[in-house]
Design a protein around this ligand. Structure first.
Ligand code: ATP
Length: 382
């Protein structure tokens, strides 16, 4: 969809400027809540009945593949779009309903875009000061606040440079500093690191988390990058096809995925399908496998997830009586330097991906045993 123009983006970082009285605002808790929010574009549903609570001071990441509705959710929060149904509440104010949507400039939010959206004719310090000047703060106060936030963002040395004289990462730090200088109730970030190269992106993830730890601004952070979400967020909302599939801490969504989608999306898991023998036993290719996590429904079809590096691989068939071991046959192996990647076929024809140490080399056709530790065989609720 057509995004905001660069000019709109520059203005959007200043959403807070015209909003209400500061002292009253400081006492407010910027808890953000979506209640059954749906947004349709014609026949397509981009955001589908999403409910999500973001507590004051939390950084929540919306994580999911392209087209799952992350940016639409962020634009609904910012007030660029109105919901087709449902409500958005910030603190004790209902800011969006189908009938009435408070405009972006009344929301006391700052938004950061992929494009940095800096004013090219202003230095780093002037960019950071801009919102404060618009608010008609006196020059001494503006200078004090600008100096403080430039120091926090480690930009003091670069204060007098123009955007064209700064690297991508430095420009993004200026854009962060500008957004934070006005002390917004809520900070919205849309893929803020996607224009940076891989090394810088990694460094900036820590920087964003550090700034958040210092300012504790309630933040919603959109990304499709799992590592970025795990480094920066208190909570991750994994989105799929317009819905939040799971909301949890990085450990929760990694260790205890509830659906096949989350297990696959977060950390490349194998999803194995079999029959539930009882609440925690599952039959895979004719072998009973003990599982952990949610209780299975006896007699029904069930899915478990297990990560590629969590499966052990041994030469030859399993000794009889050993638990959670399945015979298989190597289909393919690839040497990747630090690891070896195997594709192994089971008796029922299903295939399992396994990452092993590079020393373990087995040729296609070799008979092997897969060892699936019980505590890694996570039963999936959906
Ligand atoms: P990406 O990571 O690629 O930016 P996303 O998760 O942010 O994806 P959205 O931009 O929210 O996804 O889009 C969700 C769905 O809504 C997509 O199918 C998209 O094509 C559709 N959509 C978004 N905006 C519009 C629009 N203005 N008109 C029609 N369809 C739209």
């Amino acid at each position: 969809m057509p995004g905001p123009t660069v000019r709109q983006e520059r203005r959007a970082t200043l959403l807070h400027v015209v909003s209400g009285d500061r002292s009253a605002r400081e006492k407010r808790l910027a808890r953000v809540e979506l209640r059954d929010v749906t947004r349709r574009f014609g026949a397509a549903t981009a955001v589908d009945n999403v409910s999500l609570k973001i507590e004051h001071g939390q950084l929540v990441s919306l994580l999911g593949p392209s087209g799952c509705g992350k940016t639409t959710t962020l634009r609904l929060l910012a007030g660029f779009l109105e919901p087709s149904s449902g409500q958005i509440v910030v603190g004790d104010r209902v800011v969006s309903t189908r009938e009435r949507t408070e405009p972006p400039e009344r929301r006391n939010m700052s938004m950061i875009f992929q494009s940095y959206a800096l004013w090219p004719h202003m230095t780093a310090a002037e960019n950071v000061a801009y919102g404060l000047k618009l608010r008609k703060l006196d020059a001494a106060t503006v200078k004090k606040k600008v100096d403080a936030i430039l120091a926090t963002a480690r930009l003091t040395e670069l204060a007098d440079r123009y955007p064209s004289e700064l690297s991508g990462g430095q420009q993004q730090r200026v854009s962060l500093a500008r957004a934070l200088a006005v002390e917004p109730e809520t900070l919205l970030m849309d893929e803020p690191l996607s224009n940076l190269d891989a090394n810088l992106r990694e460094e900036m993830r820590f920087e964003i988390r550090r700034l958040h730890d210092e300012t504790r601004t309630t933040t919603v952070y959109v990304t499709h990058d799992q590592a970025e979400a795990m480094t920066t967020a208190d909570l991750i909302a994994v989105m799929n096809a317009g819905k939040v599939e799971q909301l949890g801490t990085p450990e929760d969504v990694y260790e205890r995925p509830l659906s096949s989608f989350v297990a696959r999306f977060i950390g490349a898991s194998n999803i194995l399908t079999g029959k539930a023998l009882d609440e925690h036993t599952f039959e895979l290719a004719g072998v009973p496998i003990q599982t952990t996590g949610v209780a299975l429904q006896k007699g029904g079809s069930a899915n478990i997830s297990i990560r590629q590096h969590e499966i052990g691989l041994r030469h030859g068939p399993a000794a009889t009586g050993e638990g959670n071991m399945i015979p298989g046959e190597i289909r393919r192996q690839v040497f990747l330097g630090a690891t070896r990647d195997y594709l192994v076929a089971l008796a029922d024809g299903s295939e399992v991906r396994i990452t092993s140490s590079p020393e373990l080399s087995m040729a296609p056709g070799a008979a092997v045993t897969l060892v699936l530790p019980r505590e890694r065989c996570r039963a999936l609720a959906r």
